[in-house]
Design a protein around this ligand. Structure first.
Ligand SMILES: Cc1cc2nc3c(=O)[nH]c(=O)nc-3n(C[C@H](O)[C@H](O)[C@H](O)COP(=O)(O)OP(=O)(O)OC[C@H]3O[C@@H](n4cnc5c(N)ncnc54)[C@H](O)[C@@H]3O)c2cc1C
Length: 243
């Protein structure tokens, strides 16, 4: 063995992809489907992310993380759900991509994955933090998993509820999946306020569940504090921070 050899650096696959679909889901969120070249496949676990290569104005390139929003059963393409951040170079670039245009990326990366320990699961997100849960929940339902899953999805307005029809159809088709949408700025008949306010009335026996939380830091912190008061041990709270 060569003891002077440098430790092996992990390399990730890079992909030249083509935009196959680009659809505005809400005023600030775009759903994008990227098709891999013929003969190539991407294998990932639900919850993981890719890094998109973002060309910058000065000719350089930046890599920015986006959770894969599609099921891992689809290996010929992957989908993203991207929030346009005012003045943000990466999200503005991705929102500007048109069907047929080329892009580059690397992945899959990340350890935000489903834990198979037999416990029921609760998914909590706001905005595009829903992306990894679209992958995880579809993955489990496609594989016929019957364990209870609860989704709590917070947004400001009705039009911000990403993939609403899909969630409603899944809840109708699968008795083990339940979704709650809560709105913080809208007058509507449904649940109101922040996600953390709904955990104990929506989730039965909340301290017994596994929790997955995804979105911006403020929300994650508020949810963690709430879960602590409900007696959920830290090791059963997994999170993916976008900022
Ligand atoms: C593991 C991981 C996965 C991610 N997955 C997604 C994803 O699936 N979809 C997605 O839209 N973003 C996702 N993000 C955030 C993404 O990487 C970028 O930070 C985001 O698109 C902003 O980049 P920008 O260059 O446009 O703006 P920048 O100029 O870099 O602005 C960054 C600021 O934008 C805010 N911000 C970052 N993400 C969001 C967001 N999603 N919604 C609202 N405000 C935000 C934060 O305050 C942050 O400080 C993920 C981040 C990580 C670390």
């Amino acid at each position: 063995m060569d003891e002077t050899a440098a430790p092996k650096k992990r390399t990730f696959e890079t992909y030249d992809v083509t935009v196959e679909a680009a659809e505005l889901l809400s005023p600030h969120n775009k759903h994008l489907r990227f098709r891999l070249p013929a003969g190539r496949e991407i294998h990932f676990q639900a919850g993981q992310f890719v890094q998109m290569f973002i060309p910058l104005a000065d000719g350089k390139e930046r890599r920015t993380a986006y959770s894969i929003a599609s099921s891992p059963r689809e290996t010929g393409f992957f989908e993203l759900c991207v929030t346009r951040v005012e003045g943000g170079e990466s999200s503005t670039y991705l929102h500007g991509l048109k069907v047929g245009e080329a892009a580059r990326c690397m992945g899959p990366l990340g350890t935000f994955k489903f834990v198979e320990d037999g416990r029921d699961s609760v998914f909590i997100s706001t905005g595009s933090g829903i992306a990894p849960f679209r992958a995880m929940i579809n993955d489990r339902l496609e594989r016929g998993k019957a364990d209870p899953m609860y989704l709590i999805f917070g947004n400001r307005f009705v039009e911000d509820i990403l993939y609403r029809k899909e969630w409603e159809a899944l809840a109708l088709a699968h008795g083990n999946f339940k979704a709650l949408f809560t709105l913080s700025r809208a007058a509507w008949d449904g649940p109101k306020g922040y996600v953390q306010a709904h955990i104990d009335d929506f989730v039965p026996d909340p301290s017994s569940k596994n929790y997955y939380v995804c979105g911006l830091q403020n929300m994650i912190e508020s949810v963690r504090q709430k879960l602590e008061t409900l007696g959920v041990p830290k090791e059963r709270i997994r999170f993916e921070r976008y900022d």
